[in-house]
Write a protein that binds this ligand. Structure first.
Ligand code: ADP
Ligand code: MG
Length: 537
């Protein structure tokens, strides 16, 4: 094809090539980072998100802001998905990830403008990343005691809720995470095993962890006992209904006897199922689907209290804490499927009957989240989720780094010393990478009303002057002092910082490798919150 044929083939697209593609992509990244940078750190500001329908959410959480934004620009979308990936993997560090990508890209653009090829920059960034990750590990240490673990978790939610609430939620998160310690189940374990129940009455500080399963349900037949001190439980991942309801089978009714016979037989089968449960000494039955009225009466007569319409996740949690196995078909239940529970009780929360079932096995808990309004409860739940995510992951890898910009300042100093060991122009990229890391202390200072330039210079000088563990000196934005972060109790988990830096570098490098952007002819919008905000002043 000749050049002009290419043009014909691409007539429905706008084309951005080389430098202008990069400029455009960097602009999108900077605009997006501008939307969240003011939320960074404990003194960051909140954002009010307004949805199309007019409903609002107030949040301090970078990833919540980004996931709500309607963004079309492909680079902006890449930043958002990197931030979401950070959220899934580490539950924290989402804002940091976005502002790091934007800074890495801005610094790269400057190098491109001065004649360095993007492929040199991506090489240099990769070298810098590997060195930085190694140095991070060398700088990290394990928490000395339980109170340091609490400080790590508290740091991770410090900007989201006030400090008294933060301490309370930290306590709950650590307690819930301990209940799961040593369990297999991967990254989402804590989401599956910890039930969050939002409860209308009471204040946030009345929120609590219950070592059992609490659900807004009451027993099916009020004639059965409301509580029990323990016994044997069967869990059915199905229903206890008569077959004609299940199958909607049509039968040919030739006489009243046929119909009566049919009912008799299905009652008989139901009775066999109930007898089977009774013969296994079951006194508590929980099922996913329905229980027919007939079955309910038979169960009560057999001394079995029944609950219906539990969703699958709750059944799994219940199976976990009682050591039972869920079975699909109640006719096939065996002795080894039966579990034990240690107590069952019913109680009302704000006028709604709830049932609590405790088991001897652990491995699942319920967190009762209270708060005066739905939006408070939602915000508290989000903060608790983050705290729990961090607490749970810390039990697998507890190494921590100093927060408050200490780690990034130290890494920048380390990389500047390391750069000359490389031959070639990659040196310049390593220095650009080092400078990009300083966006973290700079933004923390800015958000606290401090002068970012002075703060970084002072912080760097304080670290260099310290003879022992200078890397641990950071900026306590609450007091404004340069202090040792372990003394101030400001820690970031290593896995959060590691994942954020690796994710940001990968995203920046993939943008730098783009040489050609073909836009389908539609309005691909770059969000421009910064100038929108300025226009409103
Ligand atoms: P992210 O979404 O990236 O986690 P946050 O708003 O949670 O963003 O801010 C995290 C940053 O705030 C981390 O760099 C952390 O070290 C820093 N930070 C937390 N508490 C303090 C504090 N008291 N003083 C200084 N920095 C803090
Ligand atoms: Mg955070």
């Amino acid at each position: 094809m000749t050049e002009s044929e290419h043009d014909v083939a691409l007539e429905d697209t706008d084309r951005l090539h080389g430098r202008s593609a990069l400029v455009n992509n960097v602009k999108a990244a900077v605009a997006l980072a501008g939307a969240v940078r003011s939320t960074l750190g404990p003194r960051g500001l909140d954002k009010m998100l307004v949805e199309d329908g007019g409903s609002t959410t107030i949040t301090n959480d970078g990833v919540t802001v980004l996931e709500t934004a309607k963004v079309e620009h492909p680079t902006a979308r890449l930043l958002i998905s990197t931030s979401s990936a950070q959220d899934r993997a580490a539950r924290d560090g989402t804002t940091t990830t976005v502002i790091l990508i934007s800074e890495l890209l801005q610094n790269a653009l400057e190098l491109v403008r001065s004649g360095v090829h993007p492929s040199i920059i991506t090489n240099g960034y990769q070298i810098a990343l590997e060195e930085a990750l190694e140095e991070m590990e060398r700088t990290s240490r394990v928490p000395q005691d339980e109170s340091e673990i609490r400080a790590v978790v508290a740091t991770s939610i410090s900007g989201k809720v006030d400090s008294v609430v933060g301490r309370h939620l930290t306590g709950l998160a650590v307690e819930a995470a301990e209940a799961l310690a040593g369990e297999e189940g991967g990254q989402d374990l804590e989401r599956l095993r910890v039930k969050r129940l939002l409860i209308k009455d009471g204040g946030v500080l009345d929120s609590e962890v219950v070592h059992g399963l609490v659900l807004p349900k009451s027993r099916m037949d009020m004639a059965s006992p409301a509580d029990a001190v323990g016994g044997r439980i069967a869990i059915i991942d199905g229903g206890m209904e008569s077959p004609e309801l299940d199958l909607e089978a049509s039968i040919e009714v030739t006489s009243a006897d046929v119909l009566r016979g049919f009912h008799e037989r299905s009652r008989e089968r139901m009775r066999e199922q109930v007898n089977l449960l009774a013969s296994l000494d079951v006194d508590l039955l929980v099922v996913r689907d329905g229980i027919s009225e007939d079955a309910s009466t038979m169960l009560t007569d057999a001394g079995i209290t029944a609950y219906r319409r539990y969703d699958r996740e709750d059944l799994e949690r219940l199976a976990r804490i009682t050591g039972s196995t869920m079975v699909r078909d109640s006719k096939r239940i065996k002795d080894e499927d039966i579990g034990t529970y240690s107590s069952r009780s019913e109680r009302s929360y704000s006028g709604v009957k709830h049932t609590r079932i405790d088991g001897p096995e652990g491995g699942a808990v319920t967190v009762l989240i209270r708060g005066s309004s739905p939006s408070v409860r939602e915000e508290v739940k989000r903060a608790f989720d983050d705290a729990l995510g961090v607490a749970h992951r810390l039990s697998a890898d507890s190494r921590v780094l100093p927060g408050g910009g200490a780690t990034q300042t130290h890494l920048a100093r380390h990389l500047r010393a390391f750069a000359p060991s490389q031959i070639g122009r990659e040196q310049l990229a390593i220095e650009a990478f080092a400078a990009a890391l300083e966006i973290v202390p700079r933004t923390l200072a800015e958000n606290s009303g401090l002068d970012p330039i002075d703060e970084i210079l002072e912080l760097s000088a304080a670290q260099a002057a310290s003879t022992k563990n200078g890397a641990w000196i950071g900026m306590d934005v609450v007091s404004g002092n340069k202090v040792r972060m372990d003394e101030a109790g400001v820690f970031d988990p290593l896995f959060v910082a590691h994942h954020a830096l690796a994710g940001a570098t990968e995203a920046a490098n993939s943008v730098l490798r783009i040489d050609d952007v073909l836009w389908a002819k539609q309005d691909a919008q770059t969000p421009d919150w910064q100038s929108e905000m300025e226009n409103q002043d």
